[in-house]
Design a protein around this ligand. Structure first.
Ligand code: SF4
Ligand code: SF4
Length: 285
């Protein structure tokens, strides 16, 4: 019980700190992403890979339409011409664009302080972690997430999502979640742990590229870059720096406004760890 309250107050304490306060960012790593919307073709390979890697349950069409999908990563579609839709074969040329959306691993995560049992918290890698065994299914976190990227097990999807022999493709490195538990993207934390263990066994520090998320690994256009922002030589840090996006601000002060990097809902001070590089076209639409 004491650790429960300890977690809760640690969450709240961190949530209330600003960038200038000492100890705000005392993490070992700061895992982050950069996603180039100019490269994304909306193929959904990333979200499919996420299903396979993280034991995500398929819920069937009816539950999907009832908004009970368990896909941690959704590829959002936007049309510059409102009358256009996915059925238009020329949609992409005429203004369709895509945005892969998953947990943004906020450092001031609105989902954390509202959890009555401290089941979600910021870990030492700057990740928003979820303790499945502690979750009581209140769903306050999902209601307070501005990105709508938390998914609730309304039913025991795990009982029939993988009929034999499909159950053999489940990833043994992570659990399968049952009814009443909230879940969301973890930046493939099992891969981060495995890479850290490998580095420790070899007596060396973690190197850039040691950890590849499933979505990044699968993306055919290499639109996704993942790594540690604390490492000044990492590809992701270089992408953030090149686009003059930094943590600890609700508004980027770019010297070159043509740079494409931005964070979604930055003005809400969620301190998210994902930047998107705006898609640029050489036509009016
Ligand atoms: S994106 Fe939503 S679920 Fe993820 S850390 Fe931020 S508030 Fe929490
Ligand atoms: S796999 Fe890559 S190109 Fe395909 S939807 Fe995902 S980010 Fe976009």
């Amino acid at each position: 019980m004491s650790s429960l309250f300890g977690n809760f107050f640690a969450n709240w304490d961190r949530y209330r700190k600003s960038i200038e306060d000492p100890g705000y960012r005392d993490y070992e790593n700061m895992w982050a992403m950069a996603i180039d919307l100019g490269s994304c073709i909306g193929c959904n390979a990333c979200s499919t890979a996420c299903y396979a890697e993280n034991n995500l349950a398929t819920v069937g069409e009816d539950r999907f339409l009832a908004r009970q999908s368990m896909g941690w990563m959704r590829v959002e579609r936007y049309w510059d011409e409102p009358s256009l839709g996915a059925s238009d074969p020329d949609s992409q040329e005429r203004g369709g664009s895509f945005l892969p959306m998953m947990c943004q691993q906020c450092n001031a995560a609105p989902c954390e302080p509202v959890c009555p049992v401290g089941a979600t918290y910021n870990n030492e890698g700057g990740l928003n972690a979820q303790i499945y065994n502690r979750c009581i299914g209140s769903r306050y976190c999902a209601n307070n997430c501005p990105y709508r990227v938390r998914y609730f097990n309304f039913y025991s999807y795990d009982k029939d999502a993988w009929p034999a022999p499909l159950n053999r493709q489940l990833n043994p490195d992570i659990s399968v979640r049952d009814k009443g538990v909230m879940e969301k993207c973890t930046f493939c934390i099992q891969r981060i742990r495995a890479a850290k263990d490998d580095a420790a066994r070899e007596g060396r520090a973690l190197r850039d590229g040691d950890v590849t998320t499933a979505c990044q690994q699968t993306c055919p256009t290499q639109a996704i870059v993942f790594g540690d922002l604390q490492d000044p030589e990492s590809r992701v840090r270089k992408a953030w720096d090149a686009h003059q996006v930094r943590l600890g601000t609700t508004e980027q002060k770019k010297t070159n406004p043509a740079l494409r990097g931005y964070r979604v809902f930055e003005e809400l001070n969620t301190e998210s760890c994902v930047i998107y590089l705006e898609r640029v076209r050489d036509t009016d639409v």
